[in-house]
Ligand binder design. Structure first.
Ligand code: AMP
Length: 371
C-alpha cells in the first residue's frame, strides 16, 4: 500500500512510523521543505491549490488521507474526481471541521449539546448575540483557528468593540458562552470503510493558553456513563458523515453532562498516548481504516499520561534516564508555543502515574511549576 498524506507535520510523521511495520509506504505534500514528515518519507514540496503539484503527489498512490484539516476541499476533490486515489476521511467531514458553525450545527443535529452560541457577521449582531447569551463569552473566527488562535475572551461590555476590531475583519465569526466546565475530555473513535467502529477510552485534557499541555487516559473517576454518551455522539457524527479513519471530538464535562466543542477529522494530539498506552495506536488504526484493513483493539494497557513538549527543548537525556518515559521528538526547530515533541508514561497505578507526570513536568521548560 502506498499512502499519500496531505500535510507533513508531526502527525504525518507518526502515521508513517506506525505504517512501516505493515509494509506501507508514504508520500507527503507540504508547503514547507523542512516538514517533519520529510525526515521519514518522500516529501513533495508545494501548495495544496496547485493542480500540477496535486497530480504529481497523487500519481501511483493507493489511498490519500490528511494529517491537517485545513486542506482546501478543492484539493481533495481534484484527487478524487480524477480517480487517482480514494480520499479518506470524506471531503464533507473536512468541510464541516473547517467551519465552527457547520460543526456546531452537526453536533446539534445528532443530539450532542453545545455551549449557547450565535453566528455573527457585524458589530451590531455581536452586541445582540451577547445580550442573548451573556458574558463572559468567547468570540471565535469560524475558520482557520487552532491552538487558541483566532479567538478572544470578552469578559465585560467595554471589551466588545476591541474584540470586534481584532477579529471582525473576517465577518465570519461565532460567539459562544464561556461555560464553566469541570474538565475537558476527548473521545477518539475509528470507523472502517465498511462502517465498523471502535472507540478509545475517554481522555482527560489540560489546556493552557488554548494549547493542550497534558492528556490522561482513561479519564479519572467512574466514567462508564460518560464514555457511553461520548461514544454515542461520536458514532452518530461518524455515521452521518460516512466517516473513514480516526475522528476526535473535544468535549466539555459539566458535572457528567457533555457539551461538544470541536472535532478533528484526523489523528489528534490527545490520542498520542495510544502509541504506548493502547493495544493499537491511533496512527495504526487510522491507517488500517483508510486502507480497508480490520481495525485494531482500542483498549488501554493501564493508565497513560502524555505531556506535550512546547516551545523549548527539554534535557532529553534526563527524560530518557527516567524509567519508562517514552520520548517522541518531532524534528522541529523550537519556537515559543510550538509543539516540538511529547513524552508518554504508562503505569498500572493511577497515583504512581500522577507522581511520575510531575517528575517529567519538572524537566520540561514550558511545564515546570514556575513557568
Ligand atoms: P478551541 O480552539 O475552540 O478548542 O478552544 C481552545 C480552548 O479554549 C478550549 O480547549 C477551552 O479550554 C477553551 N474554550 C473554548 N471554547 C470555550 C467555551 N465555550 N467555554 C469555555 N472555554 C472554552
Amino acid at each position: 500500500m502506498k499512502v499519500g498524506v496531505l500535510g507533513g507535520g508531526q502527525l504525518g510523521r507518526m502515521l508513517a512510523l506506525a505504517g512501516y511495520p505493515l509494509e506501507m509506504r508514504f508520500r507527503f505534500l507540504d508547503h514547507k521543505a523542512d516538514a517533519p514528515a520529510g525526515q521519514v518519507g518522500e516529501l513533495i514540496v508545494g501548495e495544496f491549490d496547485d493542480a500540477t503539484t496535486l497530480d504529481r503527489f497523487a500519481a501511483g498512490l493507493d489511498v490519500v488521507t490528511v494529517e491537517f484539516e485545513n486542506v482546501p476541499s478543492s484539493a481533495l476533490k481534484r484527487i478524487e474526481d480524477a480517480r487517482r486515489a480514494p480520499v479518506y476521511p470524506p471531503v464533507k467531514a473536512l468541510e464541516t471541521a473547517q467551519d465552527r458553525l457547520l460543526e456546531k450545527q452537526l453536533f446539534e443535529r445528532i443530539g450532542l449539546a453545545v455551549p449557547p452560541y450565535r453566528a455573527v457577521s457585524s458589530l451590531d449582531e455581536l452586541r445582540g448575540a451577547l445580550d442573548a447569551i451573556g458574558l463572559p463569552a468567547i468570540l471565535k473566527t469560524r475558520r482557520m483557528g487552532y491552538d487558541g488562535k483566532g479567538q478572544i475572551v470578552i469578559r465585560a461590555a467595554a471589551e466588545i468593540d476591541a474584540a470586534w476590531k481584532t477579529l471582525g475583519a473576517s465577518r465570519e465569526l461565532i460567539v459562544e458562552q464561556m461555560v464553566k466546565f469541570d474538565r475537558e475530555v476527548s473521545i477518539l473513535g475509528v470507523r472502517g470503510r465498511g462502517g465498523e467502529k471502535r472507540f478509545y477510552p475517554l481522555v482527560e485534557n489540560v489546556h493552557r493558553e488554548g494549547i493542550l499541555r497534558v492528556s490522561r487516559a482513561p479519564a479519572s473517576g467512574n466514567i462508564a456513563s460518560l464514555q457511553a454518551s461520548a461514544e454515542q455522539a461520536a458514532s452518530r457524527v461518524m455515521d452521518e458523515l460516512g466517516y473513514v479513519g480516526v475522528l476526535a471530538i473535544e468535549l466539555f464535562d459539566l458535572g457528567g453532562k457533555l457539551l461538544g466543542n470541536e472535532m478533528a477529522p484526523r489523528v489528534h494530539n490527545s490520542g498520542h498516548w495510544t502509541i504506548e498506552g493502547a493495544a493499537t495506536s491511533q496512527f495504526e488504526n487510522h491507517l488500517r481504516a483508510v486502507c480497508g484493513l480490520p481495525l485494531g483493539d482500542c483498549s488501554a494497557r493501564g493508565h497513560a499520561a502524555m505531556i506535550n513538549l512546547i516551545g523549548e527543548m527539554p534535557e532529553a537525556p534526563e527524560l530518557l534516564a527516567m524509567n519508562g518515559a517514552h520520548v517522541h521528538l518531532y524534528g522541529k526547530a523550537p519556537k515559543p508555543g510550538r509543539k516540538i515533541g511529547h513524552v508518554t508514561l504508562v503505569d498500572q497505578d493511577e497515583k504512581k502515574l500522577a507522581a511520575r507526570v510531575n517528575e517529567v513536568r519538572k524537566l520540561t521548560p514550558s511545564e515546570s511549576p514556575s513557568a
